[in-house]
Design a binder for this molecule. Structure first.
Ligand SMILES: [Zn+2]
Length: 45
């Protein structure tokens, strides 16, 4: 297979490992509890 999957996060050129994202962004998505980045950020602390 010559297909090279790149991280779906805009601006990221790392190779995708999980769920279409590189390891770094996949981990970040898990931490944030969502696989999408929304403009809505709730400050609940
Ligand atoms: Zn990435």
């Amino acid at each position: 297979m010559m297909t090279r999957n790149l991280c779906s996060i805009a601006g990221c050129t790392h190779e995708a490992e999980e769920a279409g994202m590189c390891g770094m962004h996949f981990t970040a998505a898990l931490v944030h509890g969502a696989f999408q980045y929304t403009a809505t950020s709730r400050s609940h602390s």
